[in-house]
Design a protein around this ligand. Structure first.
Ligand code: AMP
Ligand code: MG
Length: 420
């Protein structure tokens, strides 16, 4: 039997991260790329805007023609063209003339500025009115006014998004504007979820004496899905080596990138995950100096990275947060692997046992900064206190008592609009 090592959270996390690598690159349709990480720089093949165009509905002219224009002393120009968006002007604007122009329409050669319709004697619904023969301009503008210049946003030939960029809706829009319909991104991890235990029932079953439903299988699958990774459910393995092996084989056959199991890694008489893994090769069993969630198995099964979480539902979820989440993000190509943290003042006395503790809490903001209260019962089987929480307060190692008013780091699980 492998010796149980005692590790700090940081040591355990570093070991876990060292055992996983960024997944290979795949090229996918732009519409599927939201939340994915770019695997290569994107070079713009076009400039944006591609041509000089008007930023207003109005009249294009030469700024020098209207330097004296004012509300009381308008300048009259001859209207020689009507330029709609999507058309190309076929005129060359000369002194004393103007062209009606719509937002996004190309600026005609010869013109260097636009005056909005609001500043003319034709101040409304320009397109629905016949083109006037003359227009009175009631305001002077600088050359370049209301003109969007080519390349102002993006210059052709330059890198517009770097490898490593996490694609948000705005980046999807930029890529679309550049005609990029397929993008190279890192593959999404396929993560096998296995629950183990003779006491576990499928979620559809009524409770029977001594049994509980398999909640971990669902919670961990949801944690995987929340990261944009793909959960592959292996269901429930009974507490026999043969059954655990048979279920894990399903994951091997499905060519998954990571195994995440819950329970069976402790020191109980039926903790068979442990013996299966010990026989399969490279696996370490750690006692992480962490609360909740002391036992953790980590290594490989059939060459695939394996993370064995503790069975208690809160321990399983918090251990996933601390170890599986960063590993899955790393595999997905992310480089920022940690949840954001804020410093919060605790409004409630907190006791710990000297292990690095993750306390379920609600962090809120007031005039004086961030404040935290716990969400009640912190037993590692009490899921509702995790449901209420938006943060985990981190009580550092060796600290056993945190008085009211002290500062703690809060690892934010969410940034709800109601709080921030
Ligand atoms: P174990 O690590 O097998 O000793 O399990 C620790 C605790 O977690 C026990 O109370 C189990 O009943 C519970 N547990 C294990 N697996 C699950 C699961 N999939 N869903 C809910 N509770 C579980
Ligand atoms: Mg068990």
């Amino acid at each position: 039997m492998a010796a149980q090592e005692y590790l700090t959270v940081k040591e355990a996390l570093n070991n876990v991260l060292a055992g996983v690598s960024v997944l290979p690159v795949e090229t996918i349709p732009l519409m599927e790329a939201l939340g994915r990480v770019l695997a290569a720089d994107v070079v713009a093949h076009d400039s944006l805007p591609p041509f000089a165009n008007s930023s207003m509905d109005g009249y294009a002219m030469r700024a020098e023609d209207i330097v004296t224009a004012s509300e009381t002393n308008p300048v009259t120009l001859v209207v020689v063209a009507d330029i709609a968006a999507g058309t190309m002007p076929d005129i060359d604007l000369t002194a004393g003339t103007a062209a009606r122009i719509m937002t996004g329409a190309p600026l005609p050669p010869g013109a260097d500025a636009v005056v909005p319709v609001e500043d003319t004697n034709e101040p409304w619904r320009a397109t629905e009115r016949p083109l006037p023969t003359h227009i009175q301009i009631k305001r002077s503008v600088q050359a370049g006014a209301y003109v969007r210049h080519p390349g102002e946003d993006i210059v052709a030939g330059t890198i517009v998004l770097n490898a490593g960029h996490i694609l948000r809706p705005q980046a999807i829009g930029v890529l679309a504007s550049l005609g990029v319909s397929r993008v190279a991104v890192y593959r999404r991890p396929r993560v096998c979820i296995l629950a183990t235990g003779d006491e576990l029932l499928e979620v559809e079953r009524p409770l029977t004496p001594g049994k509980i439903r398999n909640s971990n299988g669902y919670a961990q699958a949801a944690q995987v899905a929340a990261l944009g990774a793909v959960p592959v459910q292996l269901g429930i393995a009974r507490d026999t080596e043969a059954d655990v092996r048979a279920k894990l084989q399903g994951g091997v056959d499905a060519h998954v990138d990571l195994f995440v199991s819950s329970a069976g890694v402790s020191v109980g008489a039926y903790d068979v995950v442990k013996s299966v893994l010990e026989q399969s090769g490279r696996v370490g069993f750690w006692r992480v100096r962490m609360r909740p969630g002391k036992p953790l198995a980590y290594g490989t099964y059939a060459g695939i990275p394996y993370l064995g979480l503790p069975g208690n539902p809160v321990s399983a979820m918090v251990s996933f947060e601390r170890f599986a989440r960063p590993a899955i993000l790393k595999m997905s190509g992310y480089t920022q692997l940690e949840r954001p943290q804020v410093t919060a003042v605790v409004d409630e006395e907190i006791h710990s046992d000297g292990r690095e503790s993750y306390i379920r809490a609600i962090v809120s903001r007031s005039e004086s900064g961030y404040h935290a209260v716990t969400t009640g019962g912190q037993g590692s089987h009490m899921m509702t206190s995790l449901v209420k929480a938006n943060a985990l307060l981190i009580v550092p190692e060796t600290v056993k008592h945190v008085p009211v008013g002290a500062n703690l780091q809060a690892m934010m699980l969410d940034w709800p609009e109601t709080v921030f």
